[in-house]
Design a binder for this molecule. Sequence first.
Ligand code: ATP
Length: 208
Amino acid sequence: MPKVIGLTGGIASGKSTVSDILTVYGFKVVDADKASRQAVEKGSKGLKQIIETFGEEALDDNGEMDRAYMGELVFNYPEKRLELNAIVHPIVREIMERDKEQLLKEGHNVIMDIPLLFENDLQHTVDEVWVVYTSESIQIERLMQRNDLSIEDARARVYSQIAIDKKSRMADHVIDNLGDKLELKQNVERLLEEEGYIEKPYYSDTNN
Ligand code: ATP
């Protein structure tokens, strides 16, 4: 029976990097961030509802959702965030469920990449939870580098989530991402071997 694994962790802890490694081993990835974009793409029912609720100001010149405007709005008015989530979340769930069912039907093991799995209590929607772990200081460092953020902004984003140590304690398996990318790859391969997904890892000796 193919499995559904919820992959989570903290912001910038390495989920996408781990998903890429798992793809090499035949896992199929359903990505919450991608589904969130699809939910409000041009011509979607999500975008139509957003225009009905927030007006044409919600659109940019290309007729797509104006992310900067909406981001500012929900940041300043928490009740607007609830309204936006009430539109977008059910559609995101629908897209992810549909993609998951399709992949399972095709016989694939599925990775659900869900950054806020614990925050949104989604443990029951997957067979197992794997947490990609790194320290908060490394999260902050990688986030500053990747998103070109100040240390204050990076800290604020990291501390707005459930602490990564706590997430690790709630996981079925923890993937250590304290080292470099090669070590990460080997940690993923070890887990796959232990769990019987593969007989022998490729044990690659490059960083690719
Ligand atoms: P988010 O939830 O914020 O999208 P994520 O958990 O998917 O993040 P990644 O995008 O995989 O995290 O990693 C965050 C950044 O850190 C990326 O720029 C990635 O290349 C880098 N990174 C990940 N793992 C390592 C590592 N072991 N060594 C060095 N850099 C790493």
